[in-house]
Design a protein around this ligand. Structure first.
Ligand code: NAP
Length: 335
């Protein structure tokens, strides 16, 4: 054990309904030396993501719950500061899954060296990471946007949603409508991310606003929100329409199961396809996607925005803020 001390964030209790700062503790802890085949990483950026809310609960899901009393985890990028692994030298920038801590001890097999000549380290937590891959798959693989489509995206000012809107356009959408909470975010959709029209779901009903923004209906819906948004989209989809179900954040902190859309019979009548996406099923696609997306990022054709919170002590605040809509683009913590 070196004499260095780092901080980490632990889960101290499970929330019922909305989580709060009381569910987390920021704790000082010793920093170990790497053994044979290990690296010590000084994390510089960490991601806070909606799926982490699900991991705070003690339920079965596609990923194990966080343990009470243990450090949290998630994607992070940092620099190798001590190495016992020949292939990952001191000074390398790596991405890995041991976020929520300033120093991470990892087996070299669990880190990926990232090329900082093609993009900034934090891009690997957003456009060039799981977030970007999710957006790309939603558009190209699951909803299969085609030239001329009218596309509706919920959570459109957030990390995945802001990329979905832009990628839908890249793959031929004729009209792209986004939904976000608040007038300022609605403006960001059209002024920054290139959406044709915006729905501000805090200002009125989604179905009514969507009927104005897409009067002939929609061909594709990419869902990040669920609830009222999903119901409105099912109502607006034209015959043969497709929806990629990517997330349903409006229900993640509900204390009781949320009711489903009341108009599911429309799926029959309009022979719609509603298909789920789990990015973890597609990690083998990441290198190919990154090679393309790095070019789009570099030539400015894919716009990336981040909301940055400073310091590990504020990581819980960043996470809770993201759940409540405090971010435009990707919420990141700089460590
Ligand atoms: P994000 O959109 O950057 O941040 C979450 C956003 O959700 C907030 O900014 C907030 O924006 C919105 N929100 C929160 N509560 C809401 C509500 N009740 N109604 C409407 N909007 C609400 O997060 P992200 O990382 O890009 O993730 C977006 C969605 O994709 C989430 O559902 C997530 O679980 C999902 N996801 C799925 C996969 C997968 O593999 N299936 C991978 C990544 C992400 P407003 O201010 O607009 O409300």
């Amino acid at each position: 054990m070196s004499r260095m001390v780092g901080r980490e964030v632990r889960l101290v209790s499970r929330p019922v309904g909305w989580p709060g700062p009381e569910n987390f503790a920021v704790v000082r802890t010793g920093v170990p030396d790497p053994g044979e085949g290990q690296v010590l990483v000084r994390n510089r950026w960490m991601s806070v993501d909606p799926y982490m809310r699900g991991r705070m609960d003690d339920g079965e899901s596609y990923i194990a719950p966080f343990e009470v009393g243990a450090v949290l985890e998630g994607h992070a990028v940092g620099e190798v500061v001590a190495s016992g692994a020949a292939g990952v030298p001191v000074g390398a920038t790596v991405s890995h899954f041991a976020g929520w801590r300033e120093y991470a001890l990892l087996d070299a097999a669990d880190v990926a060296v990232v090329d900082v000549s093609v993009a900034r380290p934090q891009d690997h937590l957003h456009v060039l990471g799981q977030t970007g891959l999710t957006a790309y798959l939603a558009v190209t693989e699951v909803a299969r946007v085609r030239p001329g489509d009218v596309v509706f995206v919920s959570g459109a000012a957030g990390a995945v949603g802001s990329l979905v809107g832009q990628l839908a356009r890249r793959f031929g959408a004729a009209r792209v409508v986004g939904s976000a909470g608040g007038a300022q975010k609605a403006r960001v959709l059209t002024e920054v991310f290139g959406f044709d029209a915006a729905v501000d779901y805090r200002a009125g009903g989604v179905a009514e606003q969507l009927a104005v923004a897409a009067p002939e209906g929609i061909d594709v819906y990419v869902d990040h929100v669920g609830g009222e948004h999903l119901q409105a989209a099912i109502g607006a989809l034209r015959p043969g329409g497709r929806a990629a179900l990517v997330g349903m954040i409006s229900g993640y902190s509900a204390a009781e199961p949320v009711p489903g859309p009341s108009n599911l019979y429309d799926v029959v009548v309009k022979h719609l396809t509603l298909r789920g996406l789990l990015v973890t099923e597609y990690y083998d696609r990441l290198p190919g996607y990154v090679a393309q997306a790095a070019r789009w990022l570099a030539d400015g054709s894919l716009r990336s925005r981040e909301t940055v919170v400073e310091g590990i002590a504020r990581a819980p605040e960043a996470f809770l803020g993201m759940l409540g809509g405090a971010n435009v683009g990707k919420m990141l913590v700089r460590l």
